[in-house]
Design a protein around this ligand. Sequence first.
Ligand code: NIG
Ligand code: FE
Length: 391
Amino acid sequence: MSSSTVITNIATLVTNDPSLGDNSPLGLVQDAAVVIDGDRVVWTGESSKAPATDNRVDAGGRAVLPGFVDSHSHLVFAGDRTQEFNARMSGRSYTAGGIRTTVAATRAASDAELEANLTRYLDEALRQGTTTFETKSGYGLTVEDESRALRLAARHTDEVTYLGAHIVSPDYADDPAAYVALVTGEMLDACAPHARWIDVFCEKGAFDGDQARAILTAGKAKGLHPRIHANQLSHGPGVQLAVELDAASADHCTHLTDADVDALANSATVATLLPGAEFSTRAEWPDARRLLDAGVTVALSTDCNPGSSFTSSLPFCIALAVRDMRMTPDEAVWSATAGGAAALRRTDIGRLTPGALADLTLLDAPSHVHLAYRPGVPLVSGVWRRGVRVV
Ligand code: NIG
Ligand code: FE
């Protein structure tokens, strides 16, 4: 039997529903309360009007916001790439080639080792307020290793993405067409039952536009929905392809033409920006302002992976997005919550409104602005996931 809990004395509540709050996109309510029943939010409003409940939690005049939605990560892997990072910080540039190092380590790892790693990064993310995460395969690149990665991921999240097309497997270096045939054939058959999404790294050194189209179209035919690593390292066809195929998200979007921005603005495809990657590869920042001003829906995610962005922290990404991508604190918080939900085509997360899942983050600060204002400070002091307090 479920019992209800009111979290009261919230100085600033982010609902992400303009009609519930101050009419801004964040739907802010001051001196607020939230009532949880079972795994759902059942009431949101001013503290003084909160209905009676079985239990009461005093937020102590601090801020509450929806749990972060990390809609892009690569958490099934073994080993790390410290040397590669060190070399980059001495001037070397990032390329897709480093992925091969993690592929070798991941293939050699046991299931138990991979799952222990995955759990460790998930716990890390949860302590920083992430209550929903997407994660991908992509470091196996054989039928067995890709399907095993997805099987392990599916034990921890519903948002599982098949990324057999991360790079051409080193085993097929001389015959990329045969690898594309494998990814769209036997590997897809083995992986589709464990995944919701299909992704491809559309980039020089990975897959070109025609290969990416063939891979995503094959995935769609098997019931998987597309998302794309697009325009990360250079201009390319990825964003246009994402829009053409109604991908839920085009991820990275660092190098965009005006036509790319227009295409995104006139589509249901979210632009997911991953500032941890630009930070860790010392690359040019994506221009979030340009996208937002054009009316594009923007999500912020970590891209947590051992090569280009080894952070599980959305608070860190929010701070980067505000400082270096010209987002306001309000926009960055929206993008890491409601934006992530949009990138996963979910309406039950990323907002604190009646009927939504009770995923909440309590900050040790009076408002959400402190996430950018106090970078690097561990401000997350409470997390509820599906109605249960876990931090
Ligand atoms: O999103 N760009 C492709 N994939 C990852 C990096 C993977 C790696 O370097 O291991 C990314 O940045
Ligand atoms: Fe990625």
